[in-house]
Write a protein that binds this ligand. Structure first.
Ligand code: FAD
Length: 325
C-alpha cells in the first residue's frame, strides 16, 4: 500500500482501563456491556476500584468475577488497607485470590476525614506494607512445590513458587495531597518497589511534562519498575471541577474554559477526548510504557482516545482501514 506507516507499524503500547463497582442493579447491567466493549480493545488488564474501608468489597468482587467468566481480560483488584487490622487485610487478600484474581493495585487508602493524624490508620501504615502482605499471603497459599523429575525415579526438584501476576501501586506525578515535598513522593514509590511492587500507575495529571519530569526524578532515585501514566478523558465542565476537588490536582485552565464556553454536550465530549489524546501522545512520545485510561464506567470516551491515537484494535476498525486502502 501507499500508506507510509505500513512498513514500520510498531507493536501497540499496552493499554489498560480502570472501572469502579456499580452502585445499582441497572448500573451493573450497563457495566457488563461497557466491559464487553472495553475488552474488544484487547487491554493488558482492567482494574476495579475499592471503596474506602471495604465498603464496595462484594460489588468489586462481582465485577472482577464477571471479567474472569465472560472475557479474556486480566482483572486487577484495587485493595486498600487503611483502618484494617493485619488479620482483616490477610483475609481480604485471601478472598480475592480465592476468586481467581491474581493482579492487585495495593493502596493505603484515605483514613476517615475528621480523625486525628494517626487515627484510623489501622495495622498497615502504607501501601508498601500491603504490597509485602500480598506477596506473603500468596506464598503461604502456594509454597514451593516439590515436583518429580521426569525419567528419574525418586528424584524431585523444587518448582518455583507461583507469583502474583502484577502488584501495582499508586504514583503521584504532581504530588500526593498530603506529601510535603516532591522527594517524599519519589521515596514512597521507591519504598513500594523495594516491598515488591512490579508496576506503578499514576494519579491523573494534565501536562505531559508533569509525568515525564516525575519519571525522570523516580529513575534518578533508583525506581526501575514501569510507571504507567493514568489519563482520563473528561467530557463535562462539572466533572473537571469535581476531579480537581477529589484529587487535589488543579484542572488545566485551557480545557476548563473550552468546556465551559461550549454549549453542546457532544462537542464538549470531543474536546475532552482530544485533550486526553494529545496528552497521551505526549507521554508516549516521551517514552511512557503504555496508557492506563480512567473510564468513568463508559467506553465511548476512552475508545475515542485510542481511535484518535490510531491505537484502537477492534477487528471492525482494522477491516474499515483495510477497505479504505
Ligand atoms: P502511600 O503510597 O502509602 O502513601 C501516600 C503518600 O504518603 C505518599 O505518596 C507519600 O507522600 C506519603 N508517604 C507514604 N509512605 C511514607 C513514608 N514511609 N514516609 C513518609 N511519607 C510517606 N483510593 C481508594 O480508596 N480506592 C481505590 O480504588 C483507589 N484507587 C486509586 C488508584 C490510583 C491509580 C491512585 C493514584 C489512587 C487511588 N486511590 C484509591 C487513592 C489512594 O487511596 C490515596 O491516594 C491515599 O491517600 C493514599 O494511598 P497510597 O496507596 O498512595 O498510599
Amino acid at each position: 500500500g501507499s500508506d507510509p506507516r505500513d512498513g514500520d507499524r510498531r507493536a501497540r503500547p499496552p493499554v489498560s482501563f480502570e472501572l469502579f463497582p456499580p452502585r445499582s442493579d441497572a448500573a451493573a447491567l450497563a457495566l457488563g456491556r461497557t466491559i464487553d466493549r472495553l475488552a474488544e480493545a484487547d487491554p493488558a488488564f482492567i482494574s476495579v476500584t475499592f471503596g474506602a474501608g471495604g465498603s464496595s468489597r462484594d460489588r468489586s468482587l462481582t465485577v472482577l468475577r464477571y471479567m474472569l467468566e465472560h472475557t479474556a481480560v486480566e482483572p486487577m483488584a484495587h485493595l486498600t488497607c487503611v483502618g484494617s487490622s493485619h488479620e482483616e487485610a490477610n483475609r481480604l487478600v485471601r478472598e480475592f485470590l480465592d476468586a481467581g484474581v491474581t493482579s492487585f493495585l495495593a493502596l493505603r487508602g484515605d483514613p476517615p476525614t475528621g480523625a486525628g493524624p494517626d487515627a484510623g490508620i489501622g495495622d498497615l501504615g502504607s501501601a508498601a506494607e500491603l504490597v509485602q502482605l500480598i506477596h506473603r499471603v500468596q506464598e503461604e497459599r502456594e509454597p514451593f512445590a516439590q515436583v518429580g523429575v521426569p525419567g528419574v525415579p525418586g528424584a524431585s526438584r523444587i518448582r518455583e513458587r507461583p507469583r502474583p501476576e502484577r502488584v501495582a501501586v499508586a504514583a503521584f506525578p504532581t504530588g500526593h495531597p498530603r506529601s510535603r515535598s516532591a522527594h517524599q513522593d519519589v521515596d514512597a514509590l521507591l519504598a513500594k518497589e523495594i516491598a515488591g511492587a512490579t508496576l506503578a500507575i499514576t494519579q491523573l495529571f494534565w501536562h505531559a511534562d508533569d509525568y515525564l519530569g516525575y519519571v525522570d526524578r523516580a529513575r534518578a532515585a533508583g525506581v526501575t519498575i514501569p510507571i504507567l501514566p493514568g489519563i482520563m478523558p473528561v467530557t463535562t465542565p462539572a466533572r473537571l471541577a469535581r476531579l480537581a476537588e477529589l484529587t487535589g490536582v488543579e484542572a488545566p485552565s485551557e480545557l476548563a474554559i473550552d468546556l465551559e464556553i461550549e454549549p453542546d454536550p457532544g462537542t464538549q465530549a470531543e474536546l475532552g477526548v482530544a485533550y486526553a489524546a494529545q496528552l497521551a501522545a505526549g507521554v508516549l512520545a516521551g517514552g511512557a510504557p503504555g496508557l492506563h485510561l480512567y473510564t468513568f464506567n463508559r467506553h465511548e470516551a476512552v475508545l475515542g482516545v485510542l481511535a484518535r491515537l490510531d491505537l484502537g484494535v477492534s477487528t471492525q476498525l482494522v477491516n474499515e482501514r483495510n477497505t479504505a486502502r
